[in-house]
Design a protein around this ligand. Structure first.
Ligand SMILES: [Zn+2]
Length: 423
């Protein structure tokens, strides 16, 4: 049986992955975990999401074949490579855990759980990670499942979509929980340098420990990586407050599965897109330090590097009219803007800078500009000349024809880091 849970956390605290550890602890007394517990991130642009928009899927049955240690929750937790499905109504156990640990009193928290005999269609996951699934659609997909929703019932969407995920591409995250929460910065840097298959641990530019959660939660840290054994090594290397439990999730984090290639005319709000175009409006720094520009492919759309993307804004400021670029990012509704996660500079335009006004062919004097793009005129005899008659030099460009991404501190869960993309 597959168990999906979603939307139990809030800005005030809690964490859906912690609720997952409680369910694993309870159900592993009777059943075996088949495969890793899964942490599935869904559309990051949905305005009513709780924090990271992450849901959980767990597969229980009678395991066989190879088993791997995937956690410690009062006892060692193992996951089996294969298993025979068991379907039993475990809703009473799950309900008890949900009601104890979910942040029901937060108005934005709308928990749910689902128990399925078989996996829902993959297309439901694809829709939930890339656009918007309605509560009605999710209920329809769950019609042969046991489920319970709380409050407005929105949690059903993530619960069922998480089960629908198939790990065609995957990474892992090891999450450690405890009462007190501190992490030694030096040990994180050492771990980051030694554990090559781990990523997004530390932001060197901004001196930020990225493995620690932003908000209140029982999580001490979460380390991301490609390799389960190296994640366990990374956990042993990080010096922190006492770890009471830990678990490894298989995830769709860092896979870019939220992105879809689009023409500008087909871009819709709340989606995440990959769009290729030519820089039309040059970058402009607006109030708050955000950098805005536009691209064109027959239609035009605004793009932004917001203040939290820090040093990445310097890359964006270096763009010039005529540069051919591909932007990757989430779409904001009003005004319709692509919030850039990364950018590929396909072709840099030649940029010219005027160094001298044209000389008058009659009297040899330097001519005067008649205004922007309006040409030149001799102040003495009135002879006119065009813009092209002035003397120009080609300006060197600092940008290279390559990828640039936001720093670790601003990275989204689903965004594939260049470390993975270019590997
Ligand atoms: Zn003249």
């Amino acid at each position: 049986m597959w168990i999906g849970i979603d939307d139990t956390d809030s800005m005030q605290g809690g964490c859906t992955t912690y609720v997952a550890t409680e369910i694993i602890k309870e159900l592993s007394r009777k059943y075996d975990l088949i495969g890793f517990p899964r942490l599935v991130r869904l559309n990051p642009n949905i305005p009513w999401k709780t924090r990271g928009n992450g849901a959980i899927a767990l597969h229980f049955g009678r395991g066989y074949g190879k088993r791997i240690e995937v956690g410690y929750i009062g006892k060692k937790i193992f996951a089996y490579e294969k298993g025979i499905d068991i379907f039993e109504n475990v809703s009473r156990e799950i309900k008890k855990i949900m009601e104890k640990h979910a942040f029901m009193h937060d108005e934005k928290t709308n928990p749910a759980f689902v128990i399925c005999k078989t996996k829902p269609s993959y297309s439901l996951y694809k829709k939930a990670v890339r656009s918007i699934v309605s509560i009605g659609e999710a209920r329809k997909e769950a019609k042969n499942c046991i489920y319970k929703t709380y409050k407005n019932g929105r949690g059903i969407i993530g619960s069922i979509a998480a089960i629908a995920w198939k790990p065609y591409d995957r990474t892992y995250e090891i999450i450690a929980y405890g009462k007190e929460k501190w992490v030694d910065e030096e040990s994180v840097i050492k771990m980051d340098k030694e554990c090559k298959t781990c990523f997004d641990n530390y932001d060197y530019e901004n001196k930020h420990i990225a493995i620690m959660p932003h908000a209140n939660s029982p999580v001490i840290y979460g380390i991301r990586g490609e390799n389960v054994e190296e994640l366990k090594k990374a956990m042993r290397m990080v010096v922190s407050s006492a770890i009471e439990r830990w678990i490894i999730f298989e995830t769709n984090q860092a896979t870019d599965e939220h992105l879809q290639k689009k023409k500008i005319k087909d871009v819709r709000p709340y989606e995440s897109v990959i769009v290729r175009g030519v820089v039309k409006k040059e970058p402009l720094v607006i109030k708050g330090g955000h950098v805005i520009f536009s691209i064109y492919d027959g239609d035009e759309i605004e793009c932004a590097a917001y203040e939290p993307t820090k040093q990445f804004r310097n890359v964006i400021k270096g763009l010039r009219k005529g540069d051919v670029i591909t932007v990757y990012g989430g779409v904001r509704e009003k005004p319709m803007t692509i919030n850039i996660e990364k950018i590929k500079i396909e072709k840099l335009a030649k940029v010219y800078k005027k160094i001298e006004n044209p000389r008058c062919p009659r009297c040899g004097k330097h001519m005067k500009s008649m205004g922007r793009e309006k040409g030149y005129r001799c102040p003495k005899c009135g002879t006119k000349a065009g813009e092209k008659d002035a003397k120009y030099v080609i300006v060197g460009r600092e940008l290279k024809q390559t990828f640039y991404e936001v720093p670790v501190v601003a990275r989204r869960h689903l965004a594939k880091p260049l470390k993975r993309l270019l590997a």
